[in-house]
Design a protein around this ligand. Structure first.
Ligand SMILES: [Fe+2]
Length: 393
């Protein structure tokens, strides 16, 4: 807090972005810049990627650049403290001094955590929370093959702690940001439609939540709003045809813009509520976001109707002439229509929430610090009601 009681807002881009069709095939100058000496690089990916043409073309590019590398492809979804240690052992065995992460949030978050263990030592739990990382991690280049998490530009690494009832913890430090990210929309062409759908709704949630956050500022807001427009107008077409470059680039660039924005503006009730929901039920992060987003918008609308009108317009709705109630209802309907268009209700089938779980999750949410970011103050009873609507309890 400053002397006037205002929070000191800030904005800084820590990650160099390289953008465009086939950027991953033309990245040699980026690699030369980030990996300034000829030390061995660890390439982190999951087996879904390592068996595709994406992995072979990236390995060919590294070979052509005469870069020595070792591939670790044992990444599973939702990295744990144990899986990170496993990856770290590989890095030490192969004597690697830099990292390239190819994949979604799980690969990139694992690479961030491995890089900080390599330079800071100790146990991963030492770094849970904010700004505990003191020494810059090993240099990391992120090459996302999904569009959703924003991890390629964010300072956060989400890790599941196996010793504490599998609760997810964030390691947040500006030092964690990858040195460079290669945004190549052609890498999204093999994305299964259900993954494209849930990752896209994660990204849209980042864009909307960062835009209305109490910590948003004049530098984050344009990025959030452009992300809302790019994702909101193109996600349905992208899910139908991930091979279409125009749709893929809109969703990929929108996702990264949202990642930059939420790194500073932070997030709101969707991401507050997603954490206990993911721990209780077999839902992916993006699917949980998709289920909650329309109901959180309905709850939050009255806190900043002008901003939600901008969101509606960004998504292509004409809300001029509507009063706030009508505009809010139309925006909620639009997000629900988008969910239906991309098959979210089908993916949610079979999730039957219990009312005792809802009460427990609402209590957990009320104990988090999200009220400092969410635009409308939210009590435990509010969380319970939003969960009930989203999960149809
Ligand atoms: Fe998210």
């Amino acid at each position: 807090m400053s002397a006037t009681g205002q929070r000191l807002a800030n904005f800084k881009m820590s990650t160099d972005l390289f953008i465009g069709a086939n950027a991953s095939l033309n990245m040699e100058p980026v690699l030369r810049k980030v990996f300034s000496d000829d030390k061995q690089v660890m390439v982190v990916m999951d087996q879904g990627i390592s068996k595709t043409a994406i992995a072979s073309s990236i390995c060919d590019t590294l070979t052509a650049a005469q870069l020595s590398f070792a591939v670790f492809d044992k990444i599973s979804s939702n990295p744990t403290d144990q899986s990170v240690v496993h990856a770290f052992e590989f890095l030490k065995k192969e004597k690697c001094f830099a990292l390239i992460a190819v994949g979604g949030g799980s690969s990139i978050d694992t690479a961030k955590a491995v890089g900080l263990l390599a330079t800071n030592g100790g146990d991963l739990r030492d770094y849970y929370g904010n700004d505990k990382v003191k020494i810059p991690p090993l240099p990391l280049v992120a090459i996302p093959t999904t569009a959703g998490t924003g991890s390629e530009v964010s300072p956060t690494s989400m890790i599941t702690d196996t010793s504490r009832k599998k609760i997810k913890f964030g390691i947040r430090s500006e030092l964690n940001c990858p040195r460079a990210a290669i945004l190549d929309p052609t890498l999204l062409r093999f994305l299964p439609s259900h993954i494209a759908a849930v990752c896209g709704m994660d990204a849209l949630s980042h864009a909307i939540e960062s835009f209305v956050s109490l910590w948003s500022n004049p530098f984050t807001e344009p990025l959030s709003l452009q992300a809302i427009s790019l994702i909101g107008r193109n996600l349905k077409s992208f899910v139908e045809d991930p091979n279409n470059f125009q749709f893929a680039s809109a969703v990929m660039y929108g996702s990264t813009m949202a990642g930059i924005a939420f790194s500073f503006a932070r997030l709101g009730n969707v991401h507050c509520m997603v954490r206990p929901l993911e721990e209780k039920y077999p839902l992916s992060h993006g699917l949980a976001c998709a289920a909650l987003l329309p109901h959180v918008i309905r709850f939050n609308f009255s806190a900043c109707p002008e901003k939600f009108r901008q969101i509606a317009q960004g998504m292509g709705l004409d809300v001029q002439g509507m009063n706030d109630d009508e505009a809010g209802k139309r925006l909620v309907e639009r997000v629900q229509e988008l969910n239906e268009d991309i098959g979210i209700p089908m993916l949610l089938k079979g999730i039957q929430a219990r009312s005792e779980d809802v009460r427990e999750m609402a209590k957990v949410c009320a104990e988090t610090p999200y009220n400092q970011w969410n635009p409308r103050y939210t009590e435990e009873e509010d969380f319970r009601q939003i969960f009930e609507m989203a999960l149809q309890v």
